[in-house]
Design a binder for this molecule. Structure first.
Ligand code: FO1
Length: 319
């Protein structure tokens, strides 16, 4: 079975680990969000690609959900001693090596998709991980800061400001001019199932869909498209989905997120059992919906969610 997953960071990575447990022999292609990417210290950092790669490759810091396990921070300390920031974004020594290799390869002329493949040669994530695009896309968030409107990099909004200031708009800079990376459209066209994990619908999956051609390919794919709600009981399971949903005028509920994607994209939608009352509203929007447990408390719980998503895809296919 060929499965395509559009993934952001922690939620996407943990879901993928469950999917691998549920269907170990499936051929899984992950289209990763690169809108969170940031250039720091002359290095290109790709948080979502790395979170997927480290999580599936066994190198992730499990408590944090991002960055490397058994990490040290000597480089960061030395930079700070020189007065070089930013002090609000933490790169560990082991993680630095990934960004050095990536930046060196890009400097030598390799596209990000080829670099990601090379990094995955080491980590063996057991999936084919492709960035949504080889072009530079950077998500900026328009915030209200000290009475003024200002656009900040997504990482500054999320990590430095901790999403504590109102977000007025989310802009994936460069997305309109970007092209899908090689293999993206082919994987979508050849998929048997397409899944939206419980990743952020605006800054993760929304950014991937903003690359011209990807939304159209998903909407026009022969395969059933099934998503899992990142909102449980009217609050995001993790992260700031509620804040960025507000910025685009979508309420932070499981049903509203399904309607936001719409029946053009989604054939099926899973909500948590606490949101069972939303099933009727989602089905009224033309999207088949089921209520199942959606808390990824461990790998087995994530695997159970993946099985439910695949079962719903089968149901939709048979309908
Ligand atoms: N998240 C934080 O909350 N603080 C950090 O300092 C931080 C650094 C960081 C470095 C590398 C990396 O791959 C991820 C990192 N993250 C950090 C996570 C990241 O900000 C976000 O969770 C994702 O971009 C959202 O998917």
């Amino acid at each position: 079975m060929r499965i395509v997953v559009l993934a952001g960071g922690i939620g996407g990575a943990r879901f993928l680990r469950g999917l691998k447990r549920a269907v170990p022999d499936a051929d899984v292609t992950v289209i990763g969000n690169t809108g969170d990417d940031i250039h720091l210290h002359g290095l290109k950092v790709c948080p979502d690609l790395d979170t997927v790669m480290y999580t599936l490759g066994g190198g992730i810091n499990e408590e944090q959900g991002w960055g490397r396990a058994d990490e040290t921070f000597h480089v960061k300390e030395e930079l700070a001693a020189y007065g070089v920031g930013p002090d609000w974004f933490t790169l560990g020594d082991r993680d630095f090596a990934t960004h050095i290799v990536r930046t060196q390869m890009i400097g030598a002329g390799y596209p990000l998709s080829a670099v990601t493949e090379a990094l995955c040669d080491r980590w063996k994530p057991g999936v084919r991980l492709i960035p949504m695009t080889d072009d530079r896309v950077e998500t900026h968030v328009v915030v209200e800061l000290d009475g003024e409107r200002r656009a900040v990099h997504f990482q500054e909004y999320w990590v430095r400001l901790r999403a504590s200031v109102p977000a007025r708009a989310v802009v994936p800079i460069g997305a309109e001019q970007a092209k899908p990376a090689p293999g993206v459209l082919e994987a979508v066209a050849e998929a048997d199932v397409i899944l939206f994990p419980p990743s952020n619908p605006v800054v993760s999956i929304g950014t991937i869909l903003a690359v011209p051609g990807i939304r159209e390919a998903v909407a026009g794919a022969g395969a059933p498209v099934v998503g899992l709600s990142p909102i449980v009981g009217d609050a995001p399971v993790r992260g700031m989905a509620d804040k960025v949903l507000a910025a685009i005028g979508v309420e932070a509920t499981a049903a509203a997120v399904a309607e936001h994607y719409g029946p053009e994209l989604l054939d099926g939608w899973l909500v948590d059992t606490v949101d069972a009352a939303a099933v009727e509203r989602v089905e009224a929007a033309g999207i088949r919906c089921r209520a199942v447990p959606l808390m990824m408390t461990d790998v087995e719980a994530a695997a159970a969610m993946a099985r439910e998503a695949l079962a719903l895809a089968e149901e939709v296919r048979g309908a």
